[in-house]
Design a protein around this ligand. Structure first.
Ligand SMILES: Cc1cc2nc3c(=O)[nH]c(=O)nc-3n(C[C@H](O)[C@H](O)[C@H](O)COP(=O)(O)O)c2cc1C
Length: 168
C-alpha cells in the first residue's frame, strides 16, 4: 500500500467540503481495523458543520485546528461490555490509522490529534461534545483537501539501527 509512505500529517486545508461518500469510505476503513477479541469498541462522530467546528475549536486547546478544517472525525470507545479492556487503546489506534491511510488514498489530508488518555484533554472535549456516559473520546482526526498540493509526499523514515534480527 503505497500511501503508507506518502501519508503525512496535514494541518492546512482548502475550504472545500469533503464528499459524504468519501467520509463513508474513510469510516469503513476505520471499522475494518483489527481489534482485541474482535470487540470493535469504536464509535465515531463526524462534524462538518462550519459553526459547530468553530464552536468546538474554541472549547479546548487541542481542538483549535478545527477552525480551518472542513471536517473532523472524533473517535470514541464504548466503556461498557468490553471483552478486552486492556487493549482498547490499541483497537482505537488501529482504527484511527486505517482512516488516515484511507483518506490519503483519496487525496485527503488528515492530522491525528491525541486526546485519550490525557484527562485534561478528554474532560474538556467530552464536555464540549456532550459525550454520552458510556463513551470515552479517544482521538480527533481533522480532514480536508491539502492547501499544499505536495503535502502528501514520501519521507524516508527507515532506521536500520532500530531493527534486530533473531537476537538482541
Ligand atoms: C498519538 C498521536 C497524537 C498526535 N497528536 C497530535 C496533536 O495533538 N497535534 C498535532 O498537530 N499532531 C499530532 N500528531 C501528529 C504527529 O505530530 C505526526 O504524526 C508526527 O509529527 C509525524 O509526522 P507525519 O504524520 O507527517 O509523518 C499526533 C500523532 C499521534 C500518533
Amino acid at each position: 500500500m503505497n500511501m503508507i509512505f506518502k501519508r503525512r500529517s496535514v494541518r492546512n486545508y482548502l475550504p472545500d467540503p469533503i464528499e459524504k461518500e468519501k467520509i463513508e469510505i474513510i469510516l469503513r476503513a476505520g471499522m475494518q481495523a483489527p481489534s482485541a477479541r474482535n470487540q470493535r469498541p469504536w464509535r465515531f462522530l463526524v462534524v462538518q458543520d462550519r459553526k459547530e467546528l468553530e464552536r468546538l475549536a474554541e472549547a479546548a486547546p487541542n481542538l483549535r485546528r478545527l477552525n480551518e478544517a472542513p471536517a473532523a472525525i472524533f473517535t470514541f470507545f464504548d466503556k461498557e461490555n468490553l471483552l478486552s479492556p486492556l487493549f482498547v487503546q490499541q483497537d482505537l489506534s488501529s482504527a484511527t490509522q486505517n482512516m488516515l491511510l484511507q483518506a490519503a488514498e483519496l487525496g485527503i489530508g488528515t492530522c491525528w490529534h491525541g486526546l485519550y488518555p490525557n484527562t485534561e484533554r478528554t474532560e474538556l472535549v467530552n464536555k464540549a461534545l456532550g459525550t454520552p456516559n458510556n463513551l470515552e473520546v479517544f482521538s480527533v482526526i481533522t480532514l480536508g483537501y491539502p492547501k499544499d498540493p505536495n503535502a502528501l509526499h514520501f519521507v524516508d523514515r527507515f532506521e536500520p539501527e532500530k531493527v534486530y534480527y533473531e537476537k538482541f
